[in-house]
Design a protein around this ligand. Structure first.
Ligand code: S3P
Length: 180
């Protein structure tokens, strides 16, 4: 019998890979609740991420991300679009993997540069040389992203194709998890 799985789905990947857009559509397809970790943290803290970074620093923000993953949402029936750096600190990849299926959306630096032009709300991409910043951050994180979950390349892919791909991975991996 095909039991409907309700395992959480976590979308990770660099800023501009489409986690929120794809996540919202995935939640609709699965009949799950959708969470965007950035929006949840902003809501809980009552201020935008840029202010949090400026006032408390990046390490404090990473602590809030961890708290949200550990206890800020239901353990089943959720799709979570994770902020781009959420999976980076030691132990976060394993934490996400214990809580559900992890899919990493990925794209080339060129695509990400195009997709992050309007990026005033992203503290890590401020400054005059966004291109160098994107390339450096991506290079520093790429290995972590690739190890975090099944990789989906989004370059040149319409959203509906990416959603269909993520749905196939989710179904396969929830089947595998239920056999463990
Ligand atoms: C960050 C990505 C952002 C947000 C914060 C830091 C990062 O999320 O969490 O600005 O470290 O990559 P998005 O990936 O949703 O833009």
């Amino acid at each position: 019998m095909d039991k409907t799985p309700d395992t959480n789905l976590y979308l990770v990947g660099f800023m501009g890979t489409g986690k929120s857009t794809v996540g919202r559509q995935m939640a609709r397809r699965l009949g799950f609740r959708f969470f965007d970790s950035d929006r949840e943290i902003e809501h809980a803290q009552g201020r935008p991420i840029a202010d949090l970074f400026a006032a408390e620093g990046e390490a404090a923000f990473r602590g809030l991300e961890k708290k949200f993953i550990e206890s800020g949402h239901s353990p089943v029936g959720c799709v979570v679009a994770c902020g781009g750096g959420l999976v980076v600190p030691a132990g976060m990849r394993e934490l996400l993997g214990r809580r559900g299926v992890v899919v990493c959306l990925h794209a080339s630096a060129e695509t990400l540069l195009r997709r992050t032009t309007r990026t005033g709300h992203r503290p890590l991409l401020q400054g005059s040389d966004r291109e160098t910043r994107v390339r450096e951050l991506l290079a520093a994180r790429e290995k972590i992203y690739r190890a975090a979950g099944t990789l989906v390349l989004t370059d040149g892919q319409p959203v509906r194709e990416v959603v269909a791909h993520v749905l196939r991975i989710y179904r396969r991996e929830t089947r595998e998890r239920s056999r463990r």
